[in-house]
Design a protein. Structure first.
Length: 560
């Protein structure tokens, strides 16, 4: 059973899997379209529609249409209320995932059970967990969450390995900048492709910046022009259906202006009408600050890569639908002297996720083969296996599952190294400042996997309890202000016997694997006894909520 790759995008989503020849194939549903708009229409209390139908309906029934839900992932408080029922971001996302699963079933006759779901590189722990939760709600076994730029680089790197004539011309060792401007998010990532190793060197991004912001600016312009021509008519932006219609018209015009220099937009509202001529120059002028921000973030990403000893990029891959705007490549050339090319902007991420899913699946089978033969310890990584054993296992898996041997070897050999997108730390007392402040143990752009420790001192003699508060960096920079840090987990070391001085050592260790999940242990060193850390997370939905939403989704399915 293939592990599918899913690009759960802000505006569009896609599902893919690798075919018998090892190439990633995007699976289209009945509509025949490879991507599905990430939009859900809650048509009635028991019915919902996902995709183009929901997107079209946004104009007529804006109250019941949920779009851009990805921007809400990780926000445990947010709810979309439709027909009196509150829906969390993972619950809404699960409906999109179910629709993709159905499409894949339609395309292949096989219902996906397991998947790799992609997330923006800057997604933190909470957003990743919310994504896994969405997959679980949709009945999927989420094998991993994968960074979107890594997925795009994998698809690109695969094209090279696979002998695609255009891509194979590249050098064996290449540094690639992935500029990913989608509908709601922006990511800049510098990635090193060295033979069969893919390493992320630096990430920058903004999760509130994407094509939708361009649409908003254009819609605002259209509304102003409409109102100027029709002073007695209502402003279309004052009415939710009018605003939705205007935003859709703005997006259409924006798309056209990627191909032509000027276009006419007809705005009708409140019985009045205006024809607004929009040129590409005007579009670029009114959205210049948005583009500038992506250039600034890209520059910061390049600076970080330089700091890591990689001062030059060999290739720039443009992914995400919004990178089709000619202004993007122009700005990268004039501002950063980068020659950027569009690279499968809509489907590279889903394809890369499918390749990664296949890699995970084949790795799992090879590891299982080695373990049953006693050639690999339980829990040990594949790299621990002897070369001859690994080779034998690859052959057996290839034979047993009728997969070409080269494909199994490729899966096992390709290594993906990545970096962490945010800092993590603990709150500790700064005696000089006399207050609790974050101390950062893990820093943004540290390379995964991470294992790092820091020692702290107890506040008092005979301290019987220690509270450990794990925090995540908010915003672009590490800050020493507790209000700038998001509390992820709070745990208590309890039952410390008396007899230890003030300043007794407490060692805190942070470990993070490629899944981005943070494991924290705290240890009272002098007491030399195993102390338990009871960690409760306030970051994701409570178990009760999970159960309730599952029920709600179950009921909807039975009715729908
Ligand atoms: P994605 O999230 O990668 O699917 O990208 C979707 C975004 O790309 C939306 O904001 C679209 O409006 C935008 N987009 C798609 N095609 C074009 C185009 N030809 N010109 C400008 N923007 C586009």
């Amino acid at each position: 059973m293939a592990v599918h790759g899913i690009d759960l995008g802000t505006t569009n989503s896609a599902i893919a899997r690798t075919g018998p020849d090892g190439r990633p194939q995007v699976l289209a549903g009945m509509s025949g379209k490879p991507t599905t708009p990430s939009v859900v229409l809650f048509a009635s209390p028991g019915e919902h529609v996902v995709g183009e139908g929901a997107r079209r309906e946004a104009r007529l029934d804006p109250e019941h249409v949920c779009a851009l839900v990805k921007r809400r992932m990780g926000d445990a408080q947010w709810r979309f209320v439709a027909h009196g029922k509150p829906w969390s971001a993972p619950a809404v996302s699960s409906l999109i995932l179910r629709s993709l699963v159905a499409d894949a079933g339609f395309a292949t006759g096989e219902t996906p059970g397991a998947a790799v779901i992609t997330v923006p590189a800057w997604f933190g722990d909470e957003e990743r967990r919310a994504t896994v939760l969405a997959g679980t709600y949709a009945g999927l076994d989420v094998v991993d969450v994968l960074s979107e730029p890594i997925a795009a680089a994998l698809a690109y790197g695969f094209g090279r390995l696979d002998g695609s004539p255009e891509l194979a011309k590249g050098p064996a060792h290449e540094t690639v900048l992935v500029y990913d401007l989608g509908g709601g998010t922006f990511d800049a990532t510098v990635i090193e492709l060295a033979d069969r190793r893919i390493s992320v060197l630096a990430v920058e991004g903004d999760h509130q910046l994407g094509g939708a912001d361009w649409d908003e600016r254009v819609a605002l312009h259209l509304a102003r022009r409409f109102c100027a021509e029709n002073p007695d008519a209502e402003d279309p932006l004052d009415d939710s259906a009018g605003a939705q219609a205007l935003v859709l018209a703005a997006e259409r015009a924006k798309h056209q202006l990627s191909d032509v220099e000027r276009t006419d937009v007809v705005v009708t509202h409140d019985g009045a009408r205006a024809t607004v001529t929009l040129t590409r120059d005007e579009l670029e002028e009114m959205t210049a600050p948005l583009l500038r921000r992506t250039v600034d973030l890209t520059r910061a990403c390049l600076v970080e890569a330089t700091r890591r000893g990689v001062p030059r990029v060999d290739r720039v891959l443009l992914v995400g639908g919004s990178s089709r705007m000619p202004a993007v490549a122009d700005a990268l050339l004039t501002e950063l002297d980068l020659d950027a090319r569009l690279h499968d902007p809509d489907l590279a991420v889903a394809r890369g996720a499918a390749l990664y899913g296949e890699k995970k699946e084949l790795e799992r089978m090879v590891a299982a083969d080695l373990r049953t033969r006693g050639r690999l310890r339980d829990g040990a990584p594949l790299e621990d296996a002897a070369d001859a054993d690994l080779d034998g296992a690859c052959r057996r898996v290839a034979d047993a599952y009728a997969v070409p041997l080269a494909q199994v070897r490729r899966a096992v050999e390709i290594r993906v190294d990545t970096v962490v997108s945010r800092g993590f730390g603990v709150l500790a007392v700064n005696s000089a400042a006399g207050r609790l402040e974050p101390t950062w143990l893990v820093h943004r752009n540290d390379r995964l996997p991470i294992r790092t420790s820091r020692s702290f001192g107890t506040m008092r003699a005979d301290q019987s309890e220690i509270q450990v508060t794990v925090v995540e960096q908010q915003g672009q920079a590490e800050s020493s202000r507790p209000e700038d840090a998001k509390v992820l987990v709070v745990g208590d070391i309890t039952g410390i016997p008396p007899g230890y001085d003030e300043g007794a050592e407490v060692r805190v260790t942070f470990e993070m694997g490629f899944d981005g999940v943070l494991h924290v242990t705290a240890f009272h060193v002098d007491a030399d006894i195993p102390l338990t850390l009871t960690a409760t997370t306030g970051a994701t939905l409570s178990q009760a909520e999970v159960a309730r939403e599952r029920d709600q989704l179950g009921k909807q399915r039975r009715r729908g």
